[in-house]
Design a binder for this molecule. Structure first.
Ligand code: CA
Length: 208
C-alpha cells in the first residue's frame, strides 16, 4: 500500500512582509495540510457535554486505516451520544501576527453514513482568535448557512466521502494566534462514526 515518506503535516509561511520601501508588503499566507497519514498527534482532542450524571459517554478520536479519501489513513471519530449534545473536536493553533484580519478557508473530506435527512449531526469547523473552551466559544462567528446539511450524506446507506469547505474572516487579538477546530456536534441520542481526511487550511492576511 502506498505511503508517502514525506511529512504530511506541515505549516509553511509562504511569504513574509516585504522589506523594501519600494516594494509593497506581500500579504502573509499560511497553509496547513493534514491527511492524517501519521496520525493525529499534531492535534489535541477536546470534548464538551459528554457526561451523563457522573458517567462519561463512550467516544474517541483516533487515526484509522479503515477508510481514507487520500492516502491510507484518516481521523476517525466515534461517539455514543447518550447526552444528546456531545461535542468532540480536534484543535490546533497557528502563530500569526497580532491585531490583523485573516481570511481562513478550512476544507476537508468527511465520511458519513448519515443517510436520513432527519437526525443528522452538526459539523464543527471554525477558526477563532482564542482557544475555544465553551459551547459559545466553538460557535463564535459560525453562520447559520455554514454546513446547513450537517452530516447528511445524500441518502446512501453506507459511508460516503463528502467535500466540505468554509471561508471566514478572523481578527487576531494581541496574542497573535489562530485556533482551528474540526469535529462533530451530536444532536440526537445515538451512536455515530465519522472519518475526516485531506484537511486543508489556508490563512491569508487581509488589507488592514
Ligand atoms: Ca489520509
Amino acid at each position: 500500500m502506498f505511503r508517502s515518506d514525506l511529512p504530511v503535516v506541515f505549516v509553511t509561511l509562504l511569504s513574509l512582509l516585504g522589506c523594501s520601501k519600494s516594494t509593497p508588503p506581500e500579504p502573509e499566507i499560511y497553509q496547513i495540510e493534514d491527511s492524517f497519514e501519521d496520525g493525529i498527534s499534531s492535534w489535541t482532542v477536546h470534548s464538551l457535554d459528554d457526561e451523563v450524571d457522573t458517567l462519561t459517554i463512550d467516544w474517541y478520536f483516533l487515526s484509522s486505516d479503515e477508510r481514507a479519501s487520500k492516502g491510507s489513513q484518516s481521523a476517525k471519530l466515534y461517539m455514543d451520544n447518550l447526552t444528546d449534545a456531545a461535542k468532540i473536536w480536534l484543535g490546533r493553533s497557528l502563530e500569526v501576527t497580532p491585531d490583523k484580519t485573516y481570511s481562513v478557508t478550512i476544507s476537508f473530506d468527511l465520511a458519513s453514513a448519515d443517510h436520513g435527512e432527519v437526525n443528522v449531526f452538526s459539523i464543527l469547523a471554525n477558526a477563532l482568535p482564542q482557544e475555544p473552551t465553551t459551547r459559545d466559544d466553538i460557535l463564535s462567528g459560525v453562520l447559520e448557512g455554514d454546513f446547513p446539511e450537517g452530516t447528511y450524506n445524500g441518502g446512501i446507506e453506507d459511508f460516503v466521502w463528502l467535500y466540505k469547505s468554509l471561508t471566514k474572516n478572523v481578527r487576531t487579538t494581541g496574542e497573535g494566534k489562530l485556533f482551528f477546530i474540526l469535529g462533530i456536534w451530536g444532536t440526537w441520542e445515538g451512536a455515530r462514526t465519522y472519518y475526516f481526511d485531506d484537511l486543508r487550511i489556508t490563512v491569508t492576511e487581509q488589507p488592514q
